[in-house]
Design a protein around this ligand. Structure first.
Ligand code: 5GP
Ligand code: ZN
Length: 113
């Protein structure tokens, strides 16, 4: 298996895990851009958000629950945070296994592009 995030999901590679369940694993980004920068990753290998199908709704619920847990546990729920998922090269996706960045703990630029 060549995929980096599959290896982290299988605990073949180390990461600082924040929350994990049957469907997802969430861990600290290795190159944080803010005091809170956690990646929420489904254990199922999907390239990006465009590959999600209606049968993946349980997985999406698990992602949503993890996001909520992270923002509450880190205290950024009130101050504000951003959830980003990059899809494809022109969006800057560099790891081609679906993941959601949860970023907060500082003032974030308003511009998305
Ligand atoms: P993308 O650019 O695909 O949206 O985001 C990939 C993210 O994965 C980047 O923010 C990068 O810092 C992070 N990343 C890449 N390799 C590793 C790794 O081995 N461990 C962890 N924890 N994060 C990684
Ligand atoms: Zn993968």
């Amino acid at each position: 298996m060549e995929c980096l995030f599959c290896k982290i999901a299988n605990h073949e590679l180390q990461a600082t895990v924040v929350v994990e369940d049957e469907h997802i694993i969430a861990f600290e980004d290795i190159n944080k851009i803010a005091p809170v920068h956690v990646l929420v990753v489904p254990k199922k290998h999907l390239q990006n958000v465009a590959e999600l199908d209606p049968e993946d709704m349980r997985l999406l619920s698990a992602i949503q629950a993890a996001i909520k847990h992270i923002v509450q546990a880190t205290g950024i729920e009130e101050s504000g945070f951003r959830v980003v998922t990059n899809a494809g090269e022109s969006a800057g996706q560099s790891v081609f296994h679906l993941h959601y960045h949860v970023i907060g703990g500082r003032n974030l630029n308003v511009a998305l592009g």
